[in-house]
Design a protein around this ligand. Structure first.
Ligand SMILES: [Zn+2]
Length: 161
């Protein structure tokens, strides 16, 4: 597995819509291994493929104390409720901003073997799922801020997604 430098703003790949994965072949598996290593090395709890320069619909999630999650072609199928969260992003280092996220989400996608998986999530996992799936659509959390004045500078990211 290889650490891949994380793309940061204003890299245009972060604003692109990523492509569906048609075959989960060796190159997709290698990408996923590299993404998991990169996410942990960067101290993040989630990473989307465009953040490492690959515009494919692949995300990985690694919440401390829980098993890593790999999702290929993930989709939010349901959002319930609303709450405010302080969110950060590995591609926008040094900042956080307060935005609205769902209280709970239902997501479906495929695992490394191609099997369909469905996840019902709340709290941090729900936020990370929404954040990473947004990356696949070229959407960043700062797109939800009314103004860039709402961004706060921080020393160390509290939640790096
Ligand atoms: Zn992010």
């Amino acid at each position: 597995m290889t650490f891949i430098p994380i793309r940061a703003l204003p890299d245009p790949i972060l604003k692109q819509k990523s492509k569906r994965v048609r075959n989960i072949d060796g190159s997709v598996k290698k990408l996923i291994g590299d993404m998991i290593e990169t996410m942990h090395a960067a101290g993040g709890v989630g990473l989307a493929a465009p953040q490492v320069g690959v515009p494919w619909r692949v995300i990985v999630i690694g919440i401390p104390g829980e098993e890593d999650i790999v999702l290929i072609n993930p989709k939010v199928v349901r959002r319930t409720g609303e709450r405010l969260v302080d969110e950060g992003c590995l591609s926008i280092p040094g900042y956080i901003g307060q935005i609205k996220r769902a209280m709970s989400v239902r997501v479906k996608g495929r695992d490394l073997t191609g099997k369909e998986i469905r996840i019902k999530a709340t709290e941090l996992l729900a936020e990370v799922l929404e954040h990473e799936i947004d990356h696949l659509n070229g959407v960043l959390y700062i797109d939800y801020l009314d103004s860039m004045d709402k961004l706060r500078k921080i020393e160390l990211a509290e939640a790096q997604l």
